[in-house]
Design a protein around this ligand. Structure first.
Ligand code: UD1
Length: 430
């Protein structure tokens, strides 16, 4: 809590190089999947963010080994698991705790996991996860905010998902890894982190094909062996720094990325008037003289990611004209708009559409409503004239490693400060 607000002096272009960390959403799936092996599994390039720390702590609660070798590497081992109930204060706050359902159901045919929380950006049901588990032969129940899954045996099945869900795809893929025979999953998510979790499971001996396409085929296996695996770079962290270059009229070389994963973001930034140069494992974004308006619709990968919607909306609020942003994945993802309006943005939200009239932003005091919107407000503050304060930055630290330090290296005037609310909480709690 002692670092719960950023004080930012905006209005200067951010210039330089930034090193992107491992992908949070891939890491969360991979760490849950790692306990499906009874041998040592080394996971490298983990981002040092609080969501990862929270999941590691929940995994330890099952009895599994989760030994932190350094801030980016762990040794996992699932042979000592004795407890199939996953429930603690932190797991209730995050979304990815649900991956323990697929991992434990697959391996032990039983799991009880607290109902997932995560950013309040929409209703975020888990019906598609449960539909997949049931198709494999599991019984499922939600009671007292706990999700129960249980099976006598798991048998391969054909699952056609009703909606494209990253979480459901990964979760059912994990459980099906240990099902008897063949499972076919259709209408699956194709995000880079889905592919990374599949590659990781295969590195332990799973037999998964087709990840990254609409159809995943899984031949069940009876055990998984050890592995040594490096998590892919974070597409959304990279995209956030790309948006930052555009918004601050800067020039940033975003390093340690897979440019292919960033094409959906790069092409929009080009439309907006930025110059993008892709290298083998880096992308350079040079802001144009002026920013042009555009239309953006969030879609499952390879479409424009919903997790980049707030950041790109900040860029568009600085453009020369009116843009339209349509959010199709989550129904409640424009909560940050009121905060942006306090900074002088002209945005009208009607349902899932935001009409953004570009202009300039001025410093103000805002609160991060969730992880990605929080990052967007920091971008806004760095692009704005004058001083801003962004509060509740613990949301941002769930998913951005050393955010302040990386920004400072690019020339940002950003400092952490103790918010009054944080001080009050510390005093209250002794
Ligand atoms: C994951 C990411 C999150 C990202 C999102 C979409 C993690 C930990 N989180 O979240 O950062 O914003 O993908 O890229 O990886 N849905 C259902 N039923 C279900 C599951 C989902 O109707 O059982 C709906 C959701 O309400 C939403 C859409 O499907 O409208 C996509 O959700 P999903 O892909 O599952 O997102 P998450 O896995 O929660």
């Amino acid at each position: 809590m002692d670092q719960d607000q950023f004080t930012i002096k905006g209005g200067r272009p951010l210039i330089g190089e930034v090193e992107i960390s491992g992908a949070k959403n891939a890491a969360l799936g991979i760490l849950a999947a790692s306990i499906m092996s009874d041998e040592d599994v080394f996971v490298r390039n983990l981002p040092d963010v609080s969501d990862v720390r929270m999941l590691l702590s929940a995994i330890k609660g099952t009895g599994a080994t989760a030994e932190q070798l350094n801030e980016h590497e762990v040794r996992m081992n699932g042979s000592s698991i004795r407890n199939y109930v996953v429930d603690d204060y932190y797991i209730r706050k995050m979304r990815a705790g649900y991956y323990m359902l697929g991992a434990l159901l697959g391996k032990y045919h039983y799991a009880e996991v607290a109902m997932p929380g995560g950013c309040t950006i929409g209703s975020r049901p888990i019906d598609q996860h449960l539909k997949g588990f049931e198709a494999l032969g599991a019984r499922t129940k939600i009671e007292n905010s706990m999700v129960f899954v249980e099976a006598k045996e798991l048998n391969g099945a054909h699952v056609f998902f009703d909606s494209v869900s990253v979480g459901a795809t990964i979760n059912v893929m994990m459980a099906a890894t240990f099902a008897n025979g063949r499972t076919v999953l259709e209408n699956v998510a194709k995000e880079p982190h889905v592919v990374d979790v599949a590659n990781f499971l295969n590195s332990m001996g799973a037999r998964i094909k087709g990840a990254g396409t609409d159809k995943i085929r899984i031949e069940g296996v009876t055990s998984l062996h050890g592995s040594d695996y490096t998590v892919i770079p974070d597409q959304i962290e990279a995209g956030t720094f790309m948006a930052l270059a555009a918004a601050t009229k800067g020039d940033i070389l975003v390093r340690n990325v897979i440019p292919k994963h960033l094409e959906c973001i790069s092409s929009k930034l080009e439309e907006i008037g930025c110059r993008i140069r892709a290298y083998d494992d880096a992308v350079r974004v040079t802001a144009g003289e002026s920013l042009h308006p555009t239309r953006i619709k969030t879609l499952p990968y390879p479409g424009f990611p919903t997790d980049m919607q707030p950041q790109i909306s900040v860029v568009l609020s600085l453009a020369n004209g009116t843009s339209v942003v349509t959010e199709t994945i989550f129904e409640n993802r424009f909560k940050y708009v009121d905060e942006l309006k306090r900074m002088g943005a002209t945005i009208t939200v009607e349902g899932n559409v935001a009409i953004i009239k570009g202009g300039s932003l001025k410093g103000a005091k805002t609160l991060a409503p969730d992880l990605r919107a929080g990052a967007a407000l920091v971008i806004a503050a760095l692009a704005a004239d004058g001083e801003s304060v962004v509060g509740d930055v613990h949301y941002i630290l769930r998913g951005y490693e050393k955010f302040k330090e990386k920004l400072q290296k690019l020339g940002a005037a950003i400092e952490s400060g103790i918010s009054r609310e944080a001080v009050e909480t510390v005093v209250k709690n002794g």
